[in-house]
Design a protein around this ligand. Structure first.
Ligand code: IMP
Ligand code: MG
Length: 195
């Protein structure tokens, strides 16, 4: 039996009812992910490659991306948590799950869901660089350049989006909505704000 307290979100018949608008639809995502897979195929042909997915937001992107990649590669996962709740990151990052193996001398591509303030990624890049990989590059599905607080070089961006809180295709609000197959903007009422 579940020990979770009852959350009103579970009364919903469909999560789609909470979406104000679709920002990036499924077909557009699929096409772009294929292009990004091709970028990796070209850049890392005949090279050692380890893709590092940052949990949990990047899982759907990662799963689709690696199927768009046709060259041999390995994958690994890291989980970080930024202290504090809400829709923005606090900048204090904690490692919840580290990589399974050493990255020294390897070519690494960090696969992210979204870069917002850039704080999470900037911290992650710093600790990964200390492990002396041969190369370290960053691929993110989404980028919100207007929100950047930390200067960070991102090698490949799927879509640049405006300063709106988005969910779906792996991205959550309060751990829900990750399963939506598109990138959408939530209705303000979901955060308790008037429509
Ligand atoms: P940053 O440290 O501010 O760049 O925050 C990055 C992390 O915040 C992402 O990996 C997401 O987990 C989360 N995040 C930032 N913006 C959004 C959003 O619009 N929707 C869902 N999660 C977001
Ligand atoms: Mg994330």
């Amino acid at each position: 039996m579940s020990t979770q307290p009852h959350r009103p979100v579970f009364d919903k018949v469909s999560l789609h009812q909470d979406i104000a608008k679709v920002l990036v639809d499924e077909v557009t995502i699929r096409k772009r992910v294929r292009e990004l897979g091709d970028v990796i195929n070209r850049e890392y042909a005949h090279k050692d490659l380890l893709l590092v997915s940052v949990l949990k937001g990047s899982i759907i992107f990662m799963a689709d991306l690696i199927r768009a990649i046709t060259i041999p590669h390995e994958i690994d996962f890291m989980a970080t948590s930024s202290y504090g709740a809400g829709t923005s990151s606090s900048g204090v990052v904690r490692i919840l799950k580290d990589l399974n193996s050493s990255i020294e001398g390897r070519n690494i591509v960090v696969v992210e869901d979204i870069i917002d303030s850039g704080r999470t990624l900037s911290y992650l890049v710093r600790i990964l660089q200390e492990r002396r990989p041969a190369s370290l590059r960053i691929m993110t599905l989404l980028d919100k350049p207007e929100r950047r607080e930390v200067d960070i070089h991102v090698d490949w961006v799927g879509f640049s989006i405006p300063n709106e809180f988005v969910v779906g295709y792996g991205l959550d609000y309060d751990e829900i909505y990750r399963n939506l197959p598109f990138i959408g903007v939530l209705k303000p009422s979901v955060y308790g704000a008037p429509e």
